[in-house]
Design a protein around this ligand. Structure first.
Ligand SMILES: NC(=O)c1ccc[n+]([C@@H]2O[C@H](COP(=O)([O-])OP(=O)(O)OC[C@H]3O[C@@H](n4cnc5c(N)ncnc54)[C@H](OP(=O)(O)O)[C@@H]3O)[C@@H](O)[C@H]2O)c1
Length: 308
């Protein structure tokens, strides 16, 4: 079979022949890969930058995929740390980390959507007691995960969703997806009275936003849960201590580890159904797996989905 093989940190993977996969453990099966997206997680795992990566080389990247199982059913599968990921004609999945997909789904849309979509879906379902009618601020709303966060917050009944980003032009597209308001980072005080923040950016923009937001709150003792999800602007953020004393701010994270794998798997069918029904707009671009080296470094807003 063919696969994308990464042999050196810093260099893109190469498309070449690879040994056939073998299912060796309980619950494993060999599956045909139909569509596998190139997420930040995938790149970070492959380059050793993600907290869950092992750094072992050579490896076939790919953290998840839409696959066809031996019985002919389509499944979405998330892989644990492995040297044989989903950027291959075939791979090995643990059936317990997969869900059967509804008939007739578009593998490319599902593959593009599940990782960025799960970030806010899981955060709102598992990291905060979110209730319809609450107000949500999305920081980093112009990215794939942020755009989906705006839509998912509305799907879950948010009364008001504020989309924040650094690029006013890109923000202008978000009201069409359900954002009630948009603002650039320098006007984040306008989002003072939200109940939940979904933060994909962290770094200086998050730290700089806190005091203006908190001091503008009508009631500083009203609970505010800031959910740290991504770190596009920096892995660390200098949070002012007064932010934690002067308001009822709680900062939590959402991702692999802070939410048990079992809980994440339980949420997958709901998101897959929402995407399949067209309730969530997805930006996806299918690229042949053979073009993986070019796709690895492509500069695009769309989520690249490799198709063997
Ligand atoms: N914890 C989880 O469960 C989970 C799951 C999925 C993703 N994530 C993380 O979420 C983050 C976003 O993922 P994505 O798929 O949406 O990525 P993406 O599609 O590449 O979008 C990146 C977003 O970050 C913004 N951004 C980039 N650099 C920035 C900077 N220096 N300052 C301010 N904003 C900046 C971009 O703004 P512009 O539009 O202006 O470029 C865009 O809104 C990543 O860190 C990813 O690893 C976490």
């Amino acid at each position: 079979m063919h696969a994308a093989v990464l042999s050196e940190i810093g260099a893109p993977p190469a498309y070449r022949t690879h040994a056939e996969p073998v299912a060796a453990n309980d619950g494993e099966m060999v599956v045909e890969v139909l569509a596998a997206a190139l997420h930040h997680l995938t790149r970070a795992k492959a380059t050793g930058a993600h907290y869950s990566s092992t750094g072992a080389l050579p490896l076939v990247p790919g953290a998840d995929a839409v696959v066809r199982d031996p019985a002919g059913r389509l499944r979405y599968a998330a892989l644990d740390d492995t040297k044989l990921g989903t950027f291959a004609d075939r791979t090995v999945i643990d059936v317990r980390r997969s869900v059967v997909l509804p008939d007739g789904v578009d593998p490319v849309r599902i593959a593009a959507a599940m990782n960025p979509g799960m970030s806010s879906w899981i955060a709102l379902r598992r990291r905060v007691a979110f209730t319809p009618g609450q107000r949500v601020l999305v920081i980093g709303a112009t990215g794939n995960a942020g755009r989906m966060a705006v839509q998912i917050a509305k799907l879950f009944g948010a009364a008001h969703v504020i989309a924040a980003g650094r690029d006013a032009k890109r923000l202008a597209a978000l009201p069409a997806l359900g954002a009630d308001e948009t603002c650039t980072f320098d006007r984040i005080d306008r989002a003072a009275d939200v109940d939940v923040v979904l933060d994909f950016v962290w770094g200086a923009p998050a730290a700089d936003a806190m005091i203006p937001m908190l001091t503008a709150r009508a009631d500083r003792s009203a609970p505010l849960t800031w959910i740290q999800i991504g770190s596009m602007a920096g892995a660390t953020a200098p949070i002012p201590s007064v932010a934690l004393r002067s308001s009822r701010l709680q900062i939590v994270g959402s991702g692999i580890g802070s939410v048990p794998a079992r809980d994440i798997i339980e949420e997958l069918p709901g998101l897959a159904a929402a995407v399949a029904e067209g309730a969530i707009d997805v930006r996806a671009r299918a690229v042949p797996l053979a073009e993986v080296a070019r796709a690895w470094t492509a500069d695009t807003d769309e989520r690249i989905v490799l198709v063997p």
